[in-house]
Design a protein around this ligand. Structure first.
Ligand code: NAP
Length: 425
């Protein structure tokens, strides 16, 4: 056996993830001690409510409702943050204070990290401690490890994929089982994929925070999430999923970032994805993350993106990595991306028009698009009823301003476009 070194850790939060992490530490502590010579001891656990029934054996755990008991305890050298989504401001304050007390931090809350990334990463850098956050994105998919240890000789050009298990589960059930959005959301909540308050999941914010964090992993840059407006994942109609299928695509709740001309183009929205693409294969609670490098091309990562098990496992791996001398020094200065360098992602588009069934309507729409230099690449035309027809088209690439011009002109001519989705190339 190697020399024994006692490492005391503090845990913030003892909900679904915190409890799973405690179980993992309890189960594996002896093995880790034998392998690394480090004896892990859970010193204190910060909770919001002291007296509460919990799904974990509390014997041997010292709970506290005073975070200062962890922050100011000089014997605690590592803190694992597992605070719930609604407590993100409080979580950021406690995490920053711990970093300033020179404690290494392992995080699970993507909202805390994405919203306070600049402050927290700077505090870690200034105090020469590690801030690890593999668990915040992609559950058990070891994406941070790949990005930190690979890509050193390459430049990331794109990051995109399905990062939100709840919305992906809902879309899968809507398309495969013809369920309504609300009943699929309820099923996701019953299965533990969705948070009690799922608004960040279904409105695209959770996906946005994860895109911001993947950018941090991949290019050591911080994009302020307030600069990007996600399109909600809730405005989706099974009809569009079926039209997309006719055209060879699936509709997926997607996040995408492209590095181009020294700037960053970002979009969070339902997207059309070619049916054979890895991202289209990610159904139910699975995540698919694609990284594209200038030299290595596309790399894909696939796995369960939610749940206490995968998340706590990723945190546990981060914890153990701090005991490895070659891994615990990955402390970099991160830089904040200027506001002027973040814009919307240009792409091809899926447009569904509902218009009056009258002669020449198609040439009216195509003429309008042509006047803005936009081509129609594919088209489906269906009679809805005797008065109306639906025209679905895939267009050539355009930016946000051109799309907005099309929407404004169409509105002024009573041409309704109920569905507008970008397409993954
Ligand atoms: N669950 C997942 O599948 C999953 C996956 C990836 C990432 N995450 C992230 O992991 C973190 C923890 O998630 P969870 O599912 O374990 O949450 P949870 O079950 O709601 O537990 C949250 C814990 O944080 C404590 N807490 C302290 N101050 C709080 C405050 N102001 N507001 C809310 N909670 C406070 C709670 O204390 P009390 O117990 O005393 O109420 C509770 O122990 C979240 O940030 C979540 O986004 C979760």
């Amino acid at each position: 056996m190697k020399n024994n070194k006692l490492v005391k850790i503090g845990i913030l939060g003892l909900g679904v993830v915190g409890s799973e992490l405690v179980s993992l530490i309890r189960k594996n502590a002896l093995r880790i001690q034998l392998e690394t010579g480090v004896k892990i001891e859970i010193s204190k656990v910060y909770v919001r409510t002291m007296h509460k029934t919990r799904d974990i054996e509390l014997t041997g755990l010292k709970l506290t409702t005073d975070s200062a008991e962890i922050i100011n305890d000089p014997t605690i050298s590592i803190v694992c943050e597992c605070i719930g989504g609604n407590g993100f401001e409080q979580s950021a304050r406690i995490v920053e204070a711990c970093l300033k007390q020179k404690k290494h931090l392992i995080m699970s809350s993507k909202k805390t990290l994405a919203k306070y990334a600049n402050t927290l990463l700077d505090a870690a850098y200034q105090n020469k401690v590690a801030l690890k956050y593999d668990a915040t994105v992609g559950g058990g998919i070891p994406i941070a490890k790949v990005l930190e240890h690979s890509f050193k000789g390459d430049e990331l050009t794109r990051i995109y994929g399905v990062f939100n298990a709840t919305s992906n589960f809902i879309y899968s059930k809507m398309y495969d089982k013809q369920q309504s959005f609300d009943s699929a959301l309820k099923e996701a909540q019953d299965k533990g994929y969705a948070e009690n308050d799922p608004s960040d999941d279904v409105n695209g914010f959770d996906s946005l925070y994860k895109l911001v964090i993947l950018t941090m992993f991949g290019i050591k840059k911080i994009i302020n999430p307030d600069l990007i407006n996600p399109e909600s994942f809730t405005h989706i109609n099974v009809k569009d999923m079926e039209y997309a299928h006719e055209l060879g695509y699936r509709i997926k709740p997607l996040s995408a970032l492209a590095v181009q001309r020294g700037g960053y183009s970002c979009k969070v929205s339902p997207f059309l994805v070619p049916e054979k693409h890895l991202v289209a294969q990610a159904t139910d609670n699975f995540n698919a993350i694609i990284m594209e490098g200038k030299k290595c091309g596309e790399l894909g990562f696939y796995g369960q993106g939610a749940g206490a098990g995968p998340t706590a496992t990723a945190m546990f791996d981060d914890l153990i990595s701090l005991f490895s001398p070659c891994d615990n020094i990955d402390i970099y200065p991160y830089s904040l991306v200027d506001k002027g360098k973040v814009d919307d992602l240009p792409s091809r588009y899926y447009l569904r028009y509902t218009v009056k069934n009258e002669a020449g309507i198609l040439s009216k729409i195509s003429g309008l698009l042509a006047s803005l230099d936009i081509n129609i690449e594919r088209i489906i035309q269906k009679i809805e009823n005797t008065d109306d027809i639906e025209i679905v088209m895939l267009t050539s690439r355009m930016n946000k301003t051109t799309l907005e011009n099309i929407q404004t002109i169409c509105k002024s001519k009573n041409l309704t476009i109920p569905a507008v989705y970008p397409i993954v190339d």
